[in-house]
Ligand binder design. Sequence first.
Ligand SMILES: Cc1cc2nc3c(=O)[nH]c(=O)nc-3n(C[C@H](O)[C@H](O)[C@H](O)COP(=O)(O)OP(=O)(O)OC[C@H]3O[C@@H](n4cnc5c(N)ncnc54)[C@H](O)[C@@H]3O)c2cc1C
Length: 426
Amino acid sequence: MVIGGGIAGIQASLDLADKGIPVHLVEKSPSIGGRMAQLDKTFPTNDCSICILAPKMADCFGHPNINVMTYSEVKEVSGKAGDFTVKILKKSRFVDETKCTGCCECIEKCPTKVPNEWEQNLGVRRAIYIPFMQAVPRVVTIDRDVCRKLTEDKCGVCAKVCKREAIDYEMKDQEGEINVSAIVVATGYDLWDPSVAPEYGYGKYPNVFTAMEYERMINAAGPTGGHIKRRSDGEHPKKMAFIQCVGSRNPQMGHPYCCAVCCMFSVKESMLAREHYDDIESTIFYKDLRTCSKNFYEYTERARNDYGVRTINSDGTVKENPENKNPIVVYDVGGRPVEEEFDIVVLASTLIPRKDAADMAKMLGIKADEWGFYTSPDRVMNPGETNVSGIFVAGYCAGPADIPESVAQGSGVAAKAFEVLAGSER
Ligand SMILES: Cc1cc2nc3c(=O)[nH]c(=O)nc-3n(C[C@H](O)[C@H](O)[C@H](O)COP(=O)(O)OP(=O)(O)OC[C@H]3O[C@@H](n4cnc5c(N)ncnc54)[C@H](O)[C@@H]3O)c2cc1C
């Protein structure tokens, strides 16, 4: 069983399935894909993120050896390596997945609009929805907390318009049990909310955005159709600031670790700003520019030399010019505070363990480090292994990792899980 259908979990599932091993891939949300599906482009190649991910999502779903269980959660695990018993809760979508074709007619007619969490609340979605265009499986889900039929017994329009009669308001959650030999945990990360740190002005000043909001905004399929827009007046910015290490490498905020990706995604995002508009000037405020992996240094130099990105070695905090709602970054030059006005500020707010990471660790009996990332007894020689034989960890849930690292870890733990299976068959 693989828990978590992000890039790490998808890779682990595909590697095992290609070796002929049956895999149950359990994903909590309505679609597999994880955070990578939310990104616009990926460093250091600037590939379109969903374009390189979607084929893997489709391979996973169509693979004869992979049973993809979306909208499902692991509730209980017992047993040992080679023989785990797992209880799984499959939440009801109130939609028959075998009948829904993803035509989306029901979505068009649904009258209930709520903030769209996939779009970082920059847009709205309906009570019946598909999280994103390339979702796998491409079937709709009814949000039981806001649907008027389910909460007030009113409306019911989606059932009326569905020609396939796929809507079923009586559908119940289902519990099932599976037996597996090995478990891969690949549950990824959550995004830290920078509004708890008033010095960045997030949530108070309209033109301060998080990096994930920005990823959605510059995405052609996102809430602004790929246009960068100020929240205050909808204008496109000409001068942008990117502030790194927001909440990370910061013991006061409880995250002393480096999140390992914000240097590079800020560089990427500043380049993408220029690709969208010739007249945008970008400045990155950084503690250190960590460009250690393959081609990262060259990528950063390209941003500076070919895209005119200015880099300033300083922390930055944010104030606002109340007249034009421009954020003002306060930074340090040789011990002297400097104030500079921008049109938009993008905060590289840190990545943190999932809020249910500790519960998952308890259920599985695996250990986490002081920050909440799953840990291996021997991180140097046996990364991916946990203190419980037969249970492995991959991707961001095991500590900061970018996409290439998450893919490598997914493949690594697949090989280790394969060893357990080979052992149990001997
Ligand atoms: C703004 C931003 C930009 C980035 N840009 C880049 C970039 O350009 N290049 C790059 O290499 N990296 C980038 N990253 C980092 C990248 O997102 C991660 O490295 C990558 O997504 C990690 O993949 P993962 O599979 O470990 O986790 P995730 O992508 O988080 O996937 C985890 C999956 O597990 C599921 N899950 C969680 N809990 C449970 C549970 N209890 N049961 C079942 N399923 C569960 C989740 O729903 C999700 O589908 C960026 C990150 C951010 C925040």
